[in-house]
Design a protein around this ligand. Structure first.
Ligand code: 5RP
Length: 234
């Protein structure tokens, strides 16, 4: 790929990310209060949201971050953060996704932060996702499912996933913020996401999996060249 083509592609994906992040920010700002707590997901799209939040000058209580990566971005932007370990309630949780259905179920974990992301999403009054419209799917599963696993249970969990028809592959060079590994698992049947989410979490050694279905998104912003389309789940 030529250098010029690569720059054009980077520009266009950043532009789509910015559109979705801006739409989410506008939605949050319309109901934000000085006491509001904002949960921050992880990834390139969320990092744009952090920049826009800072630029807005909005008054709110503080952020709670889902990863070391996002904590660094919050610190660089000068936004107040309180630790996830002392968090009981979040007003808005904003995060990117790897795949999503119009009904609100998503796959996350491309950035290996899925466990803390799910804690924050579950504590949130409102869970808002931001992504370009290529990530809106008719069915889940083209993106191999990220699963966070205790290192000591790698082989046991690998065999359990294989017995479910999965093809797990350890993510090279990846240790999560919780000190665990990620298995990216293709081949699983995601037609009933809530059942699979629960079944995977019952395998000893699985810390968390990237299906966000028991706590699905409330509102999803998908951007394309024409603008931003909002989907709301019930
Ligand atoms: C991190 C995630 C991310 O939200 C997801 O991978 C999307 O990231 P990006 O905004 O960089 O495309 O789930 O665990």
């Amino acid at each position: 790929m030529s250098m010029a083509k690569r720059f054009i592609e980077m520009d266009s994906s950043d532009c789509l990310r910015t559109k979705a992040a801006k739409a989410a920010l506008d939605q949050v700002l319309s109901v934000l209060k000085p006491s509001s707590v904002i949960g921050i997901g992880t990834g390139a799209t969320v990092e744009i949201f952090i920049q826009l939040l800072k630029q807005s000058g909005a008054e709110f209580s503080h952020c709670v971050s889902s990863s070391e990566r996002s904590s660094k971005a919050l610190a660089a932007a000068g936004l107040a953060e309180q630790p996830i370990s002392s968090c009981e309630r979040i007003d808005f949780y904003v995060d990117g996704i790897d795949e999503g259905l119009s009904s609100g179920e998503t796959i996350k974990g491309g950035g290996a932060a899925l466990a803390r992301e799910k804690v924050l999403a579950t504590l949130a009054m409102s869970f808002i996702t931001i992504a370009d419209s290529d990530r809106l799917k008719l069915s889940l599963g083209a993106f191999p499912l990220p699963i966070e696993v205790l290192p000591a249970a790698e082989l046991a969990v690998t065999r359990a996933l294989q017995s479910l028809g999965g093809i797990p592959v350890r993510r090279e060079g990846c240790i999560t913020d919780n000190g665990n590994i990620i298995l990216d698992c293709a081949g699983l049947d995601l037609s009933e996401p809530q059942l699979l989410e629960t079944a995977l979490n019952s395998i000893p050694g699985v810390v968390e999996n990237g299906i966000f279905s028991c706590r699905k998104a409330d509102c999803m912003a998908f951007s394309d060249d024409d603008g931003v389309h909002w989907l709301a789940s019930n």
